[in-house]
Design a binder for this molecule. Sequence first.
Ligand code: 5GP
Ligand code: ZN
Length: 109
Amino acid sequence: MTAECIFCSIVNGNTDTEILFENETLVVFKDINPHAPVHQLLVPRKHIRSINDLTLSDDTIVSSLISAGKRMANEMGIAASGYKLVFNVERGGGQMIFHLHLHLLGGWK
Ligand code: 5GP
Ligand code: ZN
């Protein structure tokens, strides 16, 4: 947990954010400012700044995020139509919140 990190606050249950799915590794919730009909954030419990800060021991976290993306896409009924799983990396890559997260985007007609 890092002080003043909004995603640490959310994964630790310190906000009223609705949690859509969680397990020992990660938490899933809706993006507050959606860019698609379905826009969820898949957030590891561990505070890691960005993809650049991953180490080999974090490999299971990354695979868990992708598996959760697949699971949530199925749950939301967008698996067959298709979806995007996106990591924004650092400011130049559009990252605004510096706690690693995977975007699940889909549901376009
Ligand atoms: P980034 O640009 O860092 O990849 O994505 C951060 C995302 O977090 C943005 O799409 C933004 O709308 C979302 N976001 C920022 N603050 C909050 C919050 O407090 N609650 C939720 N649910 N989403 C947030
Ligand atoms: Zn954090």
